[in-house]
Write a protein that binds this ligand. Sequence first.
Ligand SMILES: [Zn+2]
Length: 407
Amino acid sequence: MSKQMQIVNVDFVKQMNGALVYRLIDQHGPISRIQVSEMSGLAAASVTKITRNLLRFGLIKEVAQQQSTGGRRAISIVAERNKFVNLLIRLGRTTVTVAAMDLATNVLFKQKYQLKTEQSLQQLEFYLIELIEQSLSAVQRSDCKVMACGITVPGFVDQKNNTIRFMPQLNLQKPWKLAEQIQQKIQIPVFIGHDVRALALAEFYFGKTQATSDSLLLRIHRGVAAGIILNKQLFSGSKNNLGEIGHTQVDPLGKPCKCGNFGCLETIVSNQAIEDSVRQLLQQGHQSQWLSEQNCDLDTICLAVNNGDPLMVELFQKIGRYIGQVLAVCINVLNPEKIILSGKITQAQKVLFPAIERALQAMALQDFVNDTTLEASELEHDDIIGAFALIKRALWSGELLVQLLED
Ligand SMILES: [Zn+2]
């Protein structure tokens, strides 16, 4: 027993050291082996051994740097970003997006498909695998390797078992082993996660929360949910799923919500809810110079807000107040350094953000509010970048690296 434990520990330490070295090279490259040794605290001989292994698999490469003081050209190493491709899938309620992205976040292709409304789980699974196989043959070139597949869904994911426990449009009788099915077919590691939680991770790796330790991303789209980063880790807890702040009741006399309650934040501020409210206001006879019942999609609504349309400014001040009311509780609980708002609604941030900030000032602890900044996400490819973040996390933690090096 103790011998077995020892073996496991040695493997684990090797995995962690390998991941640490790769991460330092990825984050700080071009970097010399000596610098990696200094930053990691690992012996120079260990760094040499690990980098030899990473070089052998093409995960890093040597580049000649400027002349060092002794006149000899120092060799530095960088992560190889263009020769590895990742397959990314965003399975939505009515559509599926399939994309390929290299490690430098260049999108090689992206395609969105409409899902059939009447199909069994098996049919859907079959269709997804077919799409993945088609995409694989499109990206497989001799000079690049397909590394992993990342999938995000707007449902509850069991991270430990890599299964989906709940999806809004599907009636799942038991956990859906989609990742396992795909992995068996295409023989590459598959990582699955909740779309908003994965987006918070992407914001942390590539976006505006990179330099922070604690942050919250509020995604407003079809639904409203949050992803939380605490101590530089995506916060998940033992039950895996959290951050469903869109289902906080803000208006007890409000509209019914899909969760069964009434007047949840989502029933007021989701993209659809805003468009419905505007249409209703116009039907009741409210006047807008910019909008009509036929022309009131969210982009046009945001344009009207930015042009100072009094009706829309009034509406967005109300929306901001409700968002602020829920975020105030989040601030008091988490005391984050940054709150990032993601979604089309941020196009109207000129009016929306001051309204949210006024609510935060009035409803949350002053010290905490003063320490928290509110910003709009500027992440590109917000539909698929979360799936890539899941792969990046697995690469940096050693989970994926160990699978690649074993191959
Ligand atoms: Zn609800």
